[in-house]
Design a protein. Structure first.
Length: 474
């Protein structure tokens, strides 16, 4: 257990936030550990909770909130770096990672009863968090002085990037995207409870995507760049649907084909909703047993879809085939391989692309240039060669929503791909050459050339990865 907070206070009345943060973190780990071993009324568990409460009370008399944040491989406590392997804290940190939590803030006014309820939630099996969040569970328990969730980006340029994405999309499509995410969350909850899912909301969203793609692909493509506001599994499913519909539309597919491919791709990962949350959010390498469970999700998806009224046959095919790979080197393995359905091949491309472009518990996001290179290198083996080329031409080297740096020192957000040159998109400016924020609306086509000399006026140096930072906490 952590040391006695009274003795710390008496020996060093001027203990700073950094020192208090370290001992409070140990006390927090001890409180969770002992609560796992004993009921709350047991003297050992009760004493650990009291010790933690006293440390937090001392900290919160100095600061408005005390925040823990996982930033890459670093742990920040009260704004100070802490050794992640600090005595007693490692199991608690593993628990945060298993629940997809990157930051927790304890706020002034926190009482011991809220703390007790919080500790009770932290000892729950992570599978309880599938389809919901710790913050939602805390709200239901009346915990108001503790906040938990993903890191908030405090970069003003990143905030402007998100605003550009929303502006370019418009409220109607943004609302449709959010409604589709809500449908997937509801479907996951229904499946966990043994209830059937309704396809009406899915069909409505796919019809809207198909209709919009025939007018202008960019608004929905740029929405796939918004990844921070929902659980990866749900966002990924919707993004794969959008990226698959974009592919079939770019190849001249008929409206009926767009709708059929869209609905099938939207259902491709439905089998993953049955996987335990601790596997989906595990930060490290899966064990052979865990990976075997993951490899079952295509068959689980087929089983779910067979029991769901109104699901077209194509959805079952794609659910089964979307990890088989073009060369049949994926899973599930077929004894007698046969050509995969084009929708399965397109869904596989969309699945790979969005997965690599997303930050997950066990993987940082890849820059778009790297993703394009991987798909290009594996074309003809993992991916269909002609479909791979068409997909990369569709998305460009810098897809809509990507933040880029120019050789002029300026920064912007890609809003459209130029079909004639994937390396020269249309961008909306964010920073000028001096680094100042551009507040006016300024759209620049990188195909534009200088009047004298005929050279391109601007060139992309590369994409910019937004760095998450913990909110101030001491």
């Amino acid at each position: 257990m952590a040391g006695d907070p009274k003795s710390v206070a008496e020996s060093d009345p001027g203990a700073d936030v950094a020192g208090l943060s370290a001992v409070t973190l140990r006390a927090l780990g001890a409180a969770v550990l002992h609560r796992r071993m004993y009921p709350p009324e047991h003297p050992i568990a009760s004493r650990a909770l009291t010790s933690l409460s006293l440390y937090l009370e001392r900290l919160l008399s100095r600061v408005e909130e005390w925040r823990l944040a996982l930033v890459g491989s670093k742990l920040m406590a009260g704004g100070h770096p802490i050794d992640e392997g600090a005595e007693g804290s490692l199991p608690f940190l593993d628990g945060l990672k298993a629940r997809g939590i990157e930051t927790i803030a304890f706020k002034r006014g926190l009482d011991v009863e809220e703390l007790r309820r919080f500790i009770s939630l932290m000892i729950l099996d992570p599978k309880w968090f599938a389809g919901t969040s710790l913050q939602d569970l805390m709200a239901k328990e009346g915990i108001r002085s503790i906040e938990a969730g993903r890191l908030v980006l405090d970069d003003p340029v990143e905030a402007d990037r998100v605003k550009v994405v929303r502006d370019e999309t418009g409220p109607e499509l943004s609302e449709a995207y959010d409604n589709a995410l809500a449908f997937i969350e509801e479907a996951a909850g229904a499946l966990h409870e043994g209830r059937r899912i309704s396809m009406e909301d899915a069909e409505s969203f796919v019809r809207l995507v198909a209709s919009q793609m025939q007018q202008d692909r960019s608004p929905f493509l740029i929405l796939t760049a918004l990844k921070a506001h929902h659980a990866y599994t749900f966002t990924h499913i919707i993004n794969v649907c959008i990226l698959t519909v974009a592919q079939i539309e770019a190849l001249g597919g008929a409206p009926q084909a767009l709708r059929e491919f869209g609905l099938a791709s939207m259902m491709h990962d439905i089998g993953k909703t049955l996987l335990p949350g601790e596997i989906l959010s595990k930060p490290g390498k899966l064990t052979p047993e865990e990976f075997a469970l993951v490899q079952r999700h295509p068959q689980d998806g087929v089983h779910i879809l067979r029991e769901t009224p109104g699901v077209p046959d194509l959805a079952l095919i794609v659910a089964l085939e979307h990890h088989m790979r073009y060369n049949h080197g994926g899973y599930p393995h077929r004894r007698h391989p046969r050509p995969l359905h084009p929708c399965s091949l397109m869904t596989n491309l969309a699945d790979t692309y969005d997965a690599m472009r997303s930050r997950r518990a066990y993987q940082e996001e890849f820059p778009p240039e790297k993703v394009a290179a991987v798909i290009s290198e594996r074309a003809g083996t993992d991916y269909h060669p002609q479909l791979s080329l068409a997909f990369l031409q569709l998305m460009g080297a810098y897809p809509p929503g990507t933040r880029v740096r120019l050789d002029t020192g300026e920064e912007g957000v890609v809003v459209r791909v130029n079909p004639g040159n994937p390396y020269r998109p249309v961008i909306r400016m964010l920073r000028d050459s001096s680094g100042g924020l551009v507040r006016r609306l300024e759209i620049v086509d990188l195909m534009d050339k200088e009047k004298v000399g005929g050279h391109f006026a601007r060139n992309v140096l590369g994409s910019i990865k937004s760095q998450p930072r913990p909110q101030p906490g001491g």
